[in-house]
Structure formats: structure tokens, C-alpha cells
Design a protein around this ligand. Structure first.
Ligand SMILES: *[C@@H]1O[C@H](CO)[C@@H](O)[C@H](O)[C@H]1NC(C)=O
Ligand SMILES: *[C@@H]1O[C@H](CO)[C@@H](O)[C@H](O)[C@H]1NC(C)=O
Ligand SMILES: *[C@@H]1O[C@H](CO)[C@@H](O)[C@H](O)[C@H]1NC(C)=O
Ligand SMILES: *[C@@H]1O[C@H](CO)[C@@H](O)[C@H](O)[C@H]1NC(C)=O
Ligand SMILES: *[C@@H]1O[C@H](CO)[C@@H](O)[C@H](O)[C@H]1NC(C)=O
Ligand SMILES: *[C@@H]1O[C@H](CO)[C@@H](O)[C@H](O)[C@H]1NC(C)=O
Ligand SMILES: *[C@@H]1O[C@H](CO)[C@@H](O)[C@H](O)[C@H]1NC(C)=O
Ligand SMILES: *[C@@H]1O[C@H](CO)[C@@H](O)[C@H](O)[C@H]1NC(C)=O
Ligand SMILES: *[C@@H]1O[C@H](CO)[C@@H](O)[C@H](O)[C@H]1NC(C)=O
Ligand SMILES: *[C@@H]1O[C@H](CO)[C@@H](O)[C@H](O)[C@H]1NC(C)=O
Ligand SMILES: [Zn+2]
Length: 657
């Protein structure tokens, strides 16, 4: 049943033509009555969540209907086959207070160019921190505008109260796709007559699945929204961390959804660790415990690691281990920092009995018995290639202390992950732990079209996975630990042959230079395992990053760039620059890709780097519950499978104290 008022039906039909494409009035709300969680949402039994209801009154634009703003809307919830009850009765809550605000949005690019935003008035309510315990289908119904109705079907998944894994480690190769893994294997593992003499650690996992990464309201995701899907079992909107995005201005009042880390800690007392090679307030690490509509609220995100969600009754999760970059959210503004409430977060964590660690030497020497905050650089951590091969690139003013000296002694993902496991093992006892370890710069370097650095990060992830398995086996923890290696989304990267870089630079003219590309039989064999000037002896990485014959590699959506398919020895690549400051108009960086071919971009000219793509991404699983991860499924299923493996689906409310 839809609308009973014919005027509204006509308006609804009309809005279908503009709404929900390039710009959205509000994601997952095509009608004027919005229910969050929206239609098709799944829930873990007993998972806390908020409900947000909004009624929209567009004051102009294509959806204008001339009705007054509806302040008398009603909301009911019904279990399938049972009678609908007012939400206040269903959840035993008081009626929340009515809120009002307004917002504007552009209906399409023509409206944007003409600077004609549509104005929308909003009446809203929020029901906070509720849960549904009985599995099954539910219908949530918002009645508004004197006869209109928005219905949401919710599915509370089956219970899973038996715990099968003591620990879970979730490795995220940010932006990592199967084609990147193939390229990493090709440059780091020797092949004789078409047969690899060794393979990746990921290749040895017993179970492989595929996850679909799209958002709730757009088919390309970012890392905040996709991490939210993995951590809560709810897909949301780009830039949102564990909330559904409402239309209010406050980035912290959006309806929250409890995360795996929060549920696991609340129900079992299990311990949590977060490791990333990004700045630690970045989306993927933030998604374990943060709740905000704006991933860029870095200071508040760091505060959440220590104090839980600000100004709000939620579940507090003390995080035992936090290792990564992003010192600017820790040292105070006097040193150039950008912290929540201008505090010194090294001091805040130290007061809460965290060991404060700022370099690799101190990390290796750190106690495994105490909580640990390890921040090793300002901004993102140095890339594997710069830490291990082109070390002079570490000479930048990025010390984690904020004193502008260089951060020369940075650990890698492997050292951080192994130390995190030791600390979690010591501190969690019988309760177990959940650790997320992210190779963040696979994504960051793919954005920069720096394929070599991206593959270096991928190989470091694989090396970390290998060392983790060995370490867990040596402490007898392997059998009780579920290990997952997956990604949050892809980039349209692939390899289509090889490039003779000597021939390329020797030719004049872009058309002649293209002869340097060898396809099919002319692609030859990988040269990266031949020893050369850059001999690097770790067996899990290429021996030579700068061979004459390189990979003919690239991505499908780019800014303008010049490709010479050679390793960037002077540090991460910058493919496109503004020729005029603040012009928001990016052209080939004249200093990049010397001797190569100019390839004009296809992305909007304001984009300085590559973007995410649609591809499904792989899920490797080993350990208890591994069988749940085979096949092709939605990203949110990874959350439900992890929750089932931890036995977190609850059929009854926890006893009130
Ligand atoms: C929108 O809301 C703001 C803040 O509440 C208010 O100041 C403003 O007058 C409103 N704008 C319109 C056009 O109603
Ligand atoms: C809608 O109203 C606002 C506020 O009066 C105005 O700024 C805007 O240009 C109007 N938009 C359209 C599409 O008419
Ligand atoms: C609500 O709808 C009913 C039936 O369509 C109509 O009789 C009534 O006048 C409407 N009330 C308002 C406030 O628009
Ligand atoms: C929490 O409340 C304080 C005091 O009202 C305010 O200054 C701060 O911005 C709030 N923080 C968030 C994240 O909303
Ligand atoms: C590493 O950290 C320790 C402990 O804070 C400090 O004493 C030492 O000087 C640091 N080493 C470097 C190379 O910065
Ligand atoms: C580090 O960089 C600074 C300036 O950027 C330079 O003066 C110094 O010589 C460099 N040091 C080394 C060891 O390369
Ligand atoms: C774990 O260690 C045992 C004993 O050393 C060994 O036989 C086994 O292969 C190891 N398993 C893995 C997965 O490394
Ligand atoms: C090593 O590099 C130097 C210059 O960078 C070059 O002259 C020399 O031929 C190279 N040696 C080999 C074995 O490639
Ligand atoms: C490719 O371009 C980089 C600068 O981006 C340059 O350092 C390098 O020497 C070039 N490679 C070749 C083979 O010309
Ligand atoms: C790239 O675009 C520029 C204009 O921005 C144009 O002058 C040039 O011819 C284009 N080059 C190629 C190879 O298409
Ligand atoms: Zn990205």
C-alpha cells in the first residue's frame, strides 16, 4: 500500500525522475518520509541501534507539494504476523522530542551550475539505543502528511549464541583487488616455465569468497561506508562511520549502529586492537568504535578510542592497542596539531595507563602486559618501498613528537601486528580478542597511480599475514583464531603486458613510444626477481624494483598523467597538479613520468587522483568458521559471519543492573 492522497502520488511519480542519482535529497529516502534504519536493513539480534525519522517538506524544486510541514507523524513497528504497535510501546520508550531543521541540495548538475539549490524543511525524531532480540521479519511504518506512508522491512537474523572462535583478526588490504594480488605475486615470486616456485600467504588460505562492496545509496563506496558495513552489518552512505546519514547539520546526532567491537566487548569482555599504516583517525581504523556522519572528524574519532562516543550514552569500548600514524591528532595545536578540544592526547592516553610508543625500537621493546598507543609519524606512515629501498625519502619533518625532525625509525605492518597480538593475548586471558590490521596505503598509493608503492604495501600485508600465522601457531593460538584477509573496495587496476623502459625513453613522440609496450607473447617474463642494482633480499618482496622491463600497468579512471612505467625513486608519485593555484583544475605534473607518454584523464578535472571502482573484492578465510566465507555475498555478511563465529546474536535483553 502506498499513498492514499492522489496529489502526493503524482508528486512521488515526478520526483522519481531526478531523485537519487548524482545528488540525493537524502540517501535511502526516495519519498518525503524517511525511516532509518531503512527498508531492507538487517540486524544482529540484540545489536543496539538508533531510529531516526524525518519528514521532508521541499519548499521549492520538483518535489514541491505545498503541504505544511507534518508535525503529527506516527511510527509503528510490527513483527511479521503480529499487530503493529507504536514504537514507544514496542521498545518501551518515552516519545522523543520533535526536532526541526532545514537543508538545501542540488537536484542535478544543471541546478548546481545555476546555483539553484532546493530548500527542504524537516521535522524529525530519534529513538536512541534500542535493540530487537527476536529473530524474524519486522515492518516499521511511518505515517505522515495526512495519508502518506513509508514502510521499512527489517530482518533480524537468526540467533548464533554458540561461540566458535576465541579471537578474530581482520586484515584489510584497503583498495585491494584480485588483479593487484596477481601483480604482487608476479613481481615477488619466482616462476620457471610458467610455474611459480613459491606463492603468496593468501594463496594458501583454504577458503576464498567474494564480497560486493557497494553503498546503500550509490554503487561506488568509500572506505568509511564500506568499513561500516564490515563492522556493523549495515550499509550506509559515503563518509559515514557506523551511522545512517540524516539531513541534520550536526555530524554526531545521526542514528548509530553498534559495531562488532562494541558488541563483542559488551557481551564477552573481549579486548580490541586497531592497527593501520594510515593516520589512525582514518576511516578504516575509526570504524571499529566511532560513530559520525563525517569521517573527517579526526579529533573526535581519536577521543572515541579513549573515552567512547562523546556526549552520548552508548557502549564504551576500551581499545587496548592502537598503532599507526596521524600524530597531528595527538600533539597539541602549539606544535601544529589538530586535536579534539585542543588537548594533548599523548598525555590523555598516558593518564589512562597507556604506554606511549613513538618508534620501531620502542615498539619492539614494549611491554606486552600494558595497553599501548603507538603513533609513529605525523600523517600516513611511510611506505614499505621508502622504509626499505629508497630510505632517503624518509627525510621529512614528520616526527610523531611534532618537533619537525624526520620520522626515521618507523615500524612496518608486520611489527605492529605481531606486537598487537602479544598485547591482546596477554591482556584478554580467556576472553579473547578482536584485532583489525589495515594495509592502508595499497589504496592511498593506487589513488596516486603509484602502482609500485601500492604493490609494495600489498606484499607487506601478505608478509604480515604469513608472519601472523606462524606466530599464532607458535603460541598455540592458531586453532582458536579466525583469520580473514579482505578489502573494503577496489580500484580499476590491472596489468596488460610489459614495458621496455629503455626503448620508451629513447623514442620521440607519443605514438612511437607506444611501441615500448609488449602485449601477449611480447610481455615476456617478470624481471623483478632478477638481481640488479637494488638487490633486496627478503624473499617475500621483489629483488629489483627498477628493472628495464617493467609491468605495463594502470587503472581505469584517472586524472591527466604521464606514464613511464618506472618506479618513482624520489617518493610517492604526484601524477597531476594545478598549474594555477586554487584553480581546481588538474593537469599532468610536469615533473612526473619523465620520458613517458601523456595520457589525458577522464575524471572531472578537479580530481587530482584516481578513484574507487565497482569490482567485488576477495575474502580469504582460515580458522574456526572458515566455511562461512566461501561463495559470493554482500559485504555486510562478513559482519554477520564474524558475529556468529563469536556467538554474539542474543535472543534476550541483558539483565539490567
Ligand atoms: C533554516 O534553518 C536555520 C537554522 O535553524 C534558520 O536560521 C534559517 O532561517 C532557516 N532557513 C529557512 C529558509 O527557513
Ligand atoms: C529555493 O529557495 C531558496 C531559498 O529561498 C533559494 O535560495 C533557491 O534558489 C530556491 N531554489 C529553486 C530551485 O528555486
Ligand atoms: C486529511 O485527509 C482527509 C482525507 O483525505 C481530509 O478530509 C482532511 O481534510 C485532510 N486533513 C488535512 C489537515 O489536510
Ligand atoms: C560534546 O559536548 C561539548 C560540550 O557541550 C561540546 O563542546 C563538544 O563539541 C561535543 N562533542 C561532540 C563530538 O559532539
Ligand atoms: C625511540 O623512542 C624512545 C622512547 O621514547 C626514545 O628514547 C628514543 O630516543 C627514540 N629513538 C629515536 C630514533 O627517535
Ligand atoms: C634531509 O633534508 C634536508 C632538507 O630537506 C637536507 O638539508 C638534509 O641534507 C637531508 N638529510 C639527509 C641525510 O639526506
Ligand atoms: C604449525 O606448527 C606445526 C608444528 O611445528 C606444523 O606442523 C604446522 O604445519 C604449522 N601449521 C601452520 C599452518 O603453519
Ligand atoms: C648500477 O647502476 C649504475 C648507475 O646507477 C650503472 O652504471 C650500472 O651499470 C648498474 N649496474 C648493474 C649491474 O645494473
Ligand atoms: C620516470 O619518471 C620519473 C619521474 O617521475 C623519473 O625519475 C624516472 O627516471 C623516469 N624513468 C625513466 C625510465 O625514464
Ligand atoms: C590532452 O589534453 C590537452 C588539453 O588539456 C590537449 O592539448 C592534448 O592534445 C591532449 N593530449 C592527448 C594525447 O590527447
Ligand atoms: Zn581510497
Amino acid at each position: 500500500m502506498k499513498c492514499s492522497c492522489s496529489k502526493i502520488v503524482a508528486a512521488a511519480a515526478l520526483l522519481g525522475s531526478v531523485s537519487a542519482q548524482t545528488f540525493r535529497r537524502l540517501g535511502a529516502c526516495p519519498t518525503l518520509g524517511c525511516v532509518f534504519p531503512p527498508d531492507q536493513a538487517d540486524f544482529l539480534a540484540g545489536q543496539y541501534f538508533d531510529i531516526r525519522l524525518e519528514v521532508h517538506q521541499p519548499r521549492n524544486g520538483s518535489e514541491f507539494i505545498g503541504l505544511p510541514l507534518d508535525n503529527d507523524f506516527t511510527f509503528t513497528v510490527a513483527k511479521k504476523g503480529e499487530e503493529a504497535k507504536p514504537a514507544t510501546e514496542f521498545f518501551q520508550l518515552e516519545e522523543p522530542k520533535l526536532e526541526h531543521w532545514n537543508f538545501t541540495w542540488f537536484e542535478d548538475l544543471f541546478a548546481r551550475d545555476a546555483n539553484k539549490p532546493t530548500l527542504v524543511n524537516v521535522a524529525a525524531k530519534a529513538y536512541r539505543r534500542i535493540a530487537i532480540y527476536e529473530p524474524g521479519e519486522y515492518t516499521a511504518t511511518l505515517n505522515y502528511n495526512n495519508g502518506s506512508k513509508t514502510e521499512a522491512t527489517w530482518l533480524v537474523r537468526d540467533l548464533a549464541e554458540e561461540r566458535k572462535a576465541k579471537n578474530i583478526i581482520l586484515f584489510i588490504g584497503d583498495g585491494m583487488t584480485t588483479s593487484m594480488i596477481s601483480a604482487g605475486r608476479l613481481i615477488a615470486h619466482e616462476m620457471i616455465n610458467g610455474k611459480y616456485q613459491s606463492t603468496m600467504a593468501m594463496d594458501k588460505f583454504p577458503v576464498l569468497g567474494h564480497q560486493m562492496t557497494h553503498s546503500i545509496d550509490s554503487f561506488i563506496t568509500d572506505s568509511a561506508n564500506s568499513a561500516a558495513a564490515l563492522n556493523t552489518g549495515h550499509k550506509t552512505t559515503v563518509n559515514s562511520l557506523n551511522v545512517y546519514a540524516d539531513s541534520s547539520r550536526d555530524p554526531f546526532d545521526d542514528p548509530k549502529i553498534e559495531t562488532l567491537a562494541e558488541i563483542f566487548h559488551r557481551l564477552t569482555g573481549g579486548h580490541i586492537g586497531i592497527v593501520s599504516t594510515a593516520y589512525i583517525a582514518d576511516a578504516t581504523p575509526a570504524a571499529l568504535v566511532s560513530h559520525t556522519r563525517l569521517r573527517s572528524q579526526y579529533g573526535a574519532i581519536v577521543d572515541t578510542y579513549l573515552n567512547g562516543v562523546q556526549n552520548y550514552t552508548w557502549t564504551d569500548v576500551p581499545v587496548d592497542v592502537i598503532f599507526g600514524g596521524g600524530a597531528e591528532q595527538f600533539y597539541p595545536p602549539e606544535l601544529g596539531g589538530d586535536t579534539y578540544m585542543d588537548r594533548n592526547y599523548y598525555e590523555e592516553f598516558a593518564k589512562a595507563d597507556y604506554q606511549i610508543i613513538q618508534n620501531r625500537t620502542a615498539l619492539l621493546a614494549a611491554s606486552s602486559e600494558e595497553k599501548a598507543l603507538g603513533i609513529f609519524t605525523t600523517s600516513n606512515m611511510a611506505k614499505w618501498l621508502d622504509r626499505n629501498v629508497y630510505r632517503e625519502n624518509l627525510n621529512q619533518s614528520l616526527s610523531p613528537t611534532g618537533d619537525e625532525s624526520p620520522a626515521l625509525d618507523q615500524p612496518g605492518l608486520k611489527e605492529m601486528t605481531l606486537k598487537a597480538i602479544d598485547i591482546l593475548e596477554h591482556r584478554s586471558g580467556d576472553k579473547g580478542w578482536f584485532l583489525m590490521s589495515e594495509a592502508a596505503s595499497i589504496d592511498k598509493m593506487m589513488h596516486a597511480l603509484d602502482y609500485d608503492r601500492a604493490l609494495g604495501e600489498l606484499l607487506e600485508l601478505d608478509d604480515t599475514v604469513k608472519a601472523t600465522i606462524k606466530h599464532l601457531n607458535s603460541t598455540n593460538c592458531l586453532k582458536e583464531t579466525l583469520i580473514l584477509v579482505t578489502a573494503d573496495h577496489g580500484h580499476g587496476f590491472d596489468v596488460a603486458g610489459s614495458v621496455d623502459t629503455q626503448y620508451l625513453t629513447a623514442q620521440d613522440g607519443d605514438r612511437k613510444k607506444r611501441d615500448a609496450v609488449g602485449t601477449y607473447e611480447q610481455s615476456g617474463e617478470s624481471q623483478y626477481m632478477n638481481s640488479g642494482n637494488l638487490t633486496y633480499t627478503d624473499s617475500n618482496f621483489p629483488r629489483n624494483w627498477d628493472p628495464r622491463y617493467t609491468l605495463f600497468q594502470g587503472v581505469t579512471a584517472n586524472p591527466d598523467r604521464r606514464e613511464n612505467w618506472s618506479v618513482r625513486k624520489d617518493g610517492p608519485r604526484v601524477p597531476a597538479v594545478e598549474l594555477e593555484e586554487d584553480s581546481d583544475d588538474y593537469y599532468v605534473n610536469p615533473e612526473d613520468g619523465i620520458g613517458g607518454i601523456v595520457i589525458n584523464g577522464t575524471l572531472p578535472v578537479g580530481d587530482s587522483s584516481g578513484v574507487h571502482s565497482l569490482t567485488d573484492v576477495p575474502v580469504y578465510a582460515m580458522g574456526p568458521c572458515q566455511e562461512m566465507f566461501g561463495g559470493t555475498y554482500n559485504s555486510i555478511d562478513i559482519f554477520y559471519n564474524m558475529a556468529a563465529c563469536f556467538g554474539l546474536g542474543r535472543g534476550q535483553a541483558p539483565e539490567k543492573l
